[in-house]
Design a protein around this ligand. Structure first.
Ligand code: HEM
Length: 520
């Protein structure tokens, strides 16, 4: 046998052995679970758009119980649906689980200069979170309200036309136009509503609908491919909607910086009031002492070489990009599920309308009005219990070996929550778990949230930062719709909803009729 043949055979056997070693991780640990096949693990089972990953996990949970192990390419993951375990990982032991499960295609969270809140970890995440949190303060949300209100009015005009003559409309499409309109105006420099002609929508939709399925799959098995593909995508933005969107945001941020410089040169007095998220991020600053203090702690591996109290240009672009992705689809889906459940539960809808009539009789809806819409709040919460649409991100990476509820977890292991099982667990919710019952929220959230059994927005220090904005948008729009219309199902409504998706979980459609209330 020639030397080169021997070398090739040795490399090949070494390569195979490496993948068999990873694949057999849970077998060696004595943890039960579906085994899949070397290289892919079980990842090929998570690729079906019509039978989303969470359905597969629910099936496995029935077979293997509340804690089991899977391998996903080179990643090892514990799938859990035990609330105590989840609470321990997300809240109590956050210091050991401060990272997220990432695909190499998302870049190295410690090196990627455009890394954002969703992907960063340790000190870098903490710094971004501190700088971004004020964006969602009451003061800033109140400023954004005017923008949201304009989009509500614009959507109502479109709805009026769309549902004229008792026509059935797909509410999902309307809600997507609504949420992209708002996020376009607050995060991308869009100056006016572009509903039903927004060039951004097809680009953003394509990320959620087809994603980069094959690229993600290949990168999870062969991480070096992730870095190569990222490079290729950034060179050819037209084949990769995410890079294309990033370029548009980059131009918007540059334009704002230039405008500020020009105003300064011309001595134009600027009000100092931020117009949108771009302004808020350009002006964001944090107390330097805070970071110097934190840098001394043993929290996170990210090396801080320079303590910067401002967001860099690239961080600003990265943040705006993630706000667009995280804020558009999720909020539109949450609105769609609530509307569907209202249409299929007329008694609940009637109570919601009574509340709206009582608390929001003025044409203008204010921040204070929204805080009085308690029943609507329960409706949205209960809809998110039924459909925890963002469950794919309910995960953490173990950054320091530890033991959780008696299970030893090695550094680098992921914990993925099987949220759909937990949200339908009679031990947590009672025997009426399958009933859509907003009243179950009457005694407050704490009983469910503290136990770790409810997490549509996640849990602990990394809980969704945009939650309050999402709820504000949803309540403002639902208020105006319910004042004017009653949702009804028609022969075109798919019941039960057909749920699809690879990242977030979407209904295939939410076809409803909007009956004008003056005809009641
Ligand atoms: C109904 C609407 C929404 C749902 C269901 C949702 C859900 C989630 C979930 C489950 C997480 C992960 C939390 C965790 O790991 O514990 C998350 C994180 C995040 N969300 Fe949302 N989200 C929504 C709306 C928004 C909006 C409107 C924005 C911004 C405009 C946003 C921005 C983010 C960001 C930046 C993170 C990462 C937070 C961090 O790691 O520090 N989300 N969201």
């Amino acid at each position: 046998m020639s030397f080169s043949l021997l070398l090739i055979s040795t490399i090949f056997i070494g390569f195979l052995s490496y993948y068999v070693w990873i694949w057999s991780y849970w077998i060696r640990k004595g943890v039960k679970g579906p085994r899949g096949i070397p290289f892919s693990g079980i990842m090929h089972r998570f690729q079906d758009y019509d039978y989303p990953f969470w359905r597969v996990m629910m099936d496995w949970t029935k077979e293997y119980g509340p804690i089991y192990g899977i391998t996903e390419g080179v990643e090892k993951t514990l799938v859990v649906s035990d609330p105590e375990f989840v609470h321990e990982v997300f809240v109590t032991q956050f210091d050991n689980f401060y990272g997220r499960k990432l695909n190499p295609l998302q870049g190295d969270p410690n090196k990627n200069k455009r890394a954002h809140l969703v992907s960063t970890q340790g000190h870098r995440w903490e710094r971004l979170r501190t700088l971004s949190s004020p964006t969602f303060s009451n003061k800033n949300l109140k400023k954004i309200m005017k923008t949201v209100d304009d989009s509500v009015a614009e959507l109502m005009r479109h709805l009026e036309k769309g549902c004229a003559g008792g026509k059935t409309v797909d509410m999902l499409e309307y809600y997507q136009e609504f949420t992209i309109d708002i996020i376009g105006k607050i995060a991308m420099g869009q100056t006016q509503s572009l509903m039903f002609e927004n060039p951004m929508l097809p680009k953003v939709k394509s990320i959620f609908v087809d994603g980069r399925k094959h690229a993600f799959f290949a990168s999870a098995m062969f991480p070096f491919l992730g870095a190569m593909l990222r490079q290729i995508f950034s060179m050819f933005p037209s084949i990769q909607p995410a890079s294309d969107i990033m370029n548009i945001i980059e131009k918007a941020v540059k334009a704002r910086i230039d405008q500020r410089k020009t105003d300064e040169k011309l001595g134009i007095e600027v009000s100092g009031e931020p117009q949108d998220f771009i302004d808020l991020f350009l002006d964001a600053r944090a107390d330097v002492d805070f970071f110097e203090q934190e840098a001394k702690d043993d929290f996170g591996k990210t090396q801080i070489t320079k303590v910067d109290k401002h967001l860099t240009f690239d961080e600003t672009v990265g943040q705006l990009f993630v706000f667009l992705l995280a804020g558009y689809d999720t909020t539109a889906l949450s609105l769609s599920y609530s509307s569907f459940l209202l249409a299929t539960h007329p008694e609940v809808q009637r109570k919601c309308q009574e509340e709206v009539d009582r608390e929001c009789s003025d044409p203008e809806v204010t921040f204070d009005h929204l805080s009085k819409l308690k029943y609507m709040d329960w409706v949205i919460k209960e809809a998110l219990r039924f459909y925890p649409l963002a469950s794919i991100v309910h995960n953490r990476k173990c950054m320091k070996a530890t033991t959780v509820c008696g299970v030893e977890i090695e550094e680098g292991t992921n914990v993925q929550v099987d949220t759909w099982t937990m949200h339908k667990d009679p031990n947590i919710w009672g025997d009426d778990v399958n009933e859509f019952k907003p009243e179950r929220w009457e005694s407050g959230d704490e009983q469910f949230i503290q136990k770790g059994g409810y997490l549509p927005f996640g849990m602990g220090p990394r809980i969704c930062i945009g939650m309050r904005l999402a709820l504000m948008e949803e309540k403002m729009l639902l208020t105006q719709i319910l004042k004017k219309y009653t949702f009804e199902t028609t022969s075109e409504t798919v019941i039960p909803l057909k749920l699809v998706g690879r990242s977030t979980t979407a209904p295939s459609s939410v076809n409803l009729k909007l009956r004008p209330r003056h005809s009641d």
